[in-house]
Design a protein around this ligand. Structure first.
Ligand code: ZN
Length: 447
């Protein structure tokens, strides 16, 4: 296999990149195929001729009726297929990449000879997506990321799988400014799919390219003005929210932009997802440059309110405080209104403000701290390591202490905890988005 021409961009549609089966290095491959050796690990590399990956196009139908059919497929998160749940638990960790690649390569090889194995195809799709995410989170050469996607694309036969890969390639090209290649990749897609994953991949990619080209009216056309207009697959919801908000902002409707963002981010954990998406966009696109900041502030208020009430809230504290002083007040009133009231025998009532007052003050101060952390703290990731009852109950609901191992950028990992009422779907080992403040280093709030 001779040297191939220099690529115009890493995602150039005229070029072909496939991964080394052994180490994953992207290898530029002639369209006709051939045999060579991986330059990194020396493993043999064999490629067949490049297949036609373009999709047959569905006929345009009544758009509103199609959206209604797509909507019935919405709300299903992409779950790991059987056999690899263990591998990908809590996200694919870099040290398990080698194992993932072995399964990926073997699955891909089996699809070359048996393309219609749907279970294998689902496995390859899922692995490709999470391996790509792990590669992007860690220092990787871009051709290897492209090769992973293109390697999967070439062996897929289901339109929704292919379209998902074509979307990654087109968006990759748009991101590096290679708009011709971006258009060439998306031209292979079916714009009128009846499958939600395929349709969302098309819409997200179309609007991504249009964002780069400055066609913001078309972004709002393709994605709709708000999340109720057009159903989008769960995996692409955050990207849709950002592109939609940006299109509003760039067409001089800042209020709509903030509304779209706040609505999406106020749900648990989404604020940091939006933050990482906007920061991964090409800087010159200025995505949500004006709306993101104020939407983040609004969402902080929502999170602060939720955090304060999750631990019982300051209201509970005031009730305790007032309840504690009430007996003293009553005794005081009796003393003032009853002649010869035996005040010395009633000093025991002082125990109420001391005990209840202390509990009340603890709650009020805890709620205030949580608010402050939520409003001014730093965002990070956490993993639940333990849940234990504190012994306190409010209306029969136990107040739980949740211990979390947290990772905040530019700070060493550490343990911190939060208190909240009830068990509410928090399992040890699960990943959570947190806010932490160096001012109260042992405490966190959940996003
Ligand atoms: Zn290799």
């Amino acid at each position: 296999m001779s040297a191939y021409r220099a690529p115009t961009s890493v995602f150039a549609a005229a070029d072909r990149w496939l991964p080394c089966d052994n180490c994953g290095l992207g290898i530029q491959t002639p369209v006709a195929g051939g045999t060579t050796q991986c330059t990194r690990c020396q493993a043999p590399f064999v490629a067949y001729a490049r297949p036609n990956t373009a999709m047959p196009k569905s006929a345009a139908t009544d758009e509103m009726a199609r959206r209604a059919r797509l909507r019935t497929q919405d709300g299903r998160p992409l779950l790991p297929p059987p056999g690899i749940e263990q591998l990908v638990q809590g996200g694919l960790q870099p040290h398990r990449m080698q194992e993932a690649r072995m399964i990926w390569s073997a699955t891909r090889k089996s699809l070359v000879t048996n393309a219609s194995d749907v279970a294998a195809a689902e496995r390859l799709l899922f692995l490709t997506i999470i391996m790509r995410n792990t590669m992007l989170d860690n220092p990787t050469d871009e051709p290897s990321v492209r090769a992973l996607i293109e390697g999967a694309l070439e062996v897929f036969f289901l339109p929704r799988h292919k379209q998902s890969m074509l979307g990654y390639l087109a968006r990759g090209a748009a991101k590096v400014g290679d708009m011709d290649s971006a258009e060439a990749w998306i031209a292979q897609c079916d714009p009128f799919s009846e499958d939600l994953l395929a349709d969302s991949a098309y819409r997200i990619t179309r609007s991504f390219i249009d964002t780069g080209k400055g066609n913001f009216a078309n972004v709002l056309q393709v994605l709709g003005g708000n999340e109720a207009d057009v159903p989008i697959d769960d995996s692409m919801d955050p990207l849709a929210a950002v592109l939609r908000a940006n299109a509003w902002e760039k067409t001089n409707n800042l209020q709509a932009a903030q509304m779209v963002l706040t609505q999406y981010m106020a749900r648990h954990g989404n604020a940091s997802t939006v933050q990482s998406i906007t920061s991964s966009m090409p800087a010159q696109w200025q995505v949500c440059a004006q709306s993101a900041g104020s939407a983040q502030q609004q969402v902080r208020q929502v999170v602060a309110q939720r955090a304060a009430s999750s631990g019982g809230g300051s209201m509970i504290g005031w009730i305790f405080l007032i309840a504690g002083f009430a007996p003293v007040l009553i005794i005081g009133m009796l003393y003032l209104t009853t002649p010869k009231f035996p005040i010395e025998t009633t000093f025991f009532v002082l125990i109420f403000p001391i005990v209840f007052g202390a509990v009340g003050i603890t709650f009020i101060r805890s709620a205030a701290r949580k608010k402050e952390i939520a409003q001014n703290g730093l965002r990070g990731r956490g993993r639940i390591v333990g849940i234990s009852p504190t012994g306190t109950r409010i209306n029969g609901v136990p107040l739980m202490k949740i211990d979390v191992e947290i990772h905040v950028d530019n700070h060493p990992p550490r343990m911190a905890s939060t208190k909240r009422l009830g068990y509410q779907q928090i399992a040890p080992g699960s990943e959570v988005q947190i806010i932490w403040s160096p001012k109260y280093p042992n405490e966190i709030v959940f996003e």
